[in-house]
Design a protein around this ligand. Structure first.
Ligand code: WQD
Length: 327
């Protein structure tokens, strides 16, 4: 029983790879290392390559006895996707379709796919449910939705079954501080909070405090990366038991505002977070947090980590990795 993990040298991929191995499953990681870190793969079997190389995918599956896949590999920078749509459609969509072709040739029929809450765009209501309207507001989100739909058709027309996991806001680092995000280029809130707190960057810019939310700042659903990893193991178990294809939100079900993140950081770290209020960022919804009842009902999965765990592990990672990652 071997799991092919595409993008397993990345932030969420590497932490999930380690957890999957701890369950006794064999793994093989496929990653271009364009954004991932070889060191993050550790001693797991590794192939440097592209999911778009169908022959390579088929060969890896046959040589390693692959019978299930977790597909992380993708570009994920929302802003970049709007400046360079071709790069995103070719890498994320065409690359995934070539991957699935290789899996079908090798007879691999169980896929867990890394998707995103960004497919909802500006939610029509919160908490967001899986059957709420989908309204992609970026090329990145559109690529993820196109891959979701491809998997949906494979479920109808082949023996492939899949679990689509729509991540809310992944954050934090491994509890032992050995795996985390390469935050040098991240545009996300928590890496920006940590950089400002540690003096690696100027004061945090809070994008607006005039939203219709309790304290006026944006509300999101921050999910610890280790809880996210556990959701992937639960998805693999579901498929292995013969479970049907399913799409699930992966979030805590609770909304947390920017100011609450700042307050939690000051409380947990004992440091001041320098910040300034600036104009809203284009495209930001006021609130977006998950209704996570489906994944709980289907897999029995619930998040185990608190917001303080997210802050504490993120702070430990950023303060011990000033370059953003291991050298
Ligand atoms: C969170 C909140 C900002 C930075 C994005 C992608 C989504 C997914 C997760 C991949 C918002 C505020 C942020 C800052 C701030 N990625 N903020 N100052 O936009 O919810 O989701 O990351 O799947 O696709 O869209 O995350 O961390 O950018 O913002 O005030 O310097 O923090 O306005 O309210 P977002 P984020």
């Amino acid at each position: 029983m071997t799991v092919l993990i595409t993008g397993g040298a990345g932030y969420i991929g590497s932490i999930t790879t380690r957890l999957i191995r701890s369950t006794g499953r064999g793994v093989v990681v496929l990653d271009t290392l364009e954004n991932g870190r070889r060191k993050a793969v550790g001693d797991a079997p590794f192939v440097q390559g592209d999911v778009a190389d169908t022959n390579l995918v088929e060969r890896i599956c046959k040589e390693h006895g692959v019978d299930e896949v977790v597909h992380f590999a993708a570009y994920k920078a929302v802003g970049e996707s709007m400046e360079n749509p071709t790069k995103y459609f070719q890498n994320n969509v065409t690359g995934s379709q070539k991957l699935f072709d290789g899996l079908n040739r090798a007879g691999v029929q169980r896929v867990v796919f890394s998707s995103t809450a960004a497919v909802y765009g500006t939610p029509t209501r919160v908490p967001v449910r899986e059957d709420d309207p989908l309204s992609c507001e970026s090329v990145y989100a559109e690529t993820k939705l196109m891959i979701e739909r491809t998997l949906g058709w494979y479920s109808k027309t082949t023996n492939m079954r899949s679990v689509v996991l729509r991540y809310f806001n992944a954050a934090g680092a491994s509890q032992d501080c050995t795996l985390g995000e390469d935050w040098r280029h991240s545009q996300n809130l928590i890496p920006h909070v940590m950089k400002a707190t540690l003096g690696f960057a100027p004061a945090l810019k809070v994008f607006g405090n005039d939203f219709p939310t309790p304290d006026g700042t944006g509300v999101r659903d921050y999910i610890h990366v280790e809880d996210l990893a556990a959701a992937h193991v639960a998805a693999l178990d579901h498929l292995k038991k013969g479970g049907e294809s399913i799409t699930c939100n992966v979030g805590t079900g609770f909304g947390t505002s920017v100011m609450q993140i700042i307050d939690a950081t000051e409380r947990v770290t004992g440091m001041k977070v320098p910040y300034e209020i600036v104009d809203r960022r284009a495209g930001d919804p006021a609130e977006c947090y998950a209704d996570a009842s489906r994944i709980n009902a289907a897999f029995g999965w619930t998040p185990k980590h608190s917001l303080d765990d997210i802050i504490a592990t993120a702070y430990a990672w950023h303060s011990s990795h000033p370059q953003g990652h291991d050298s």
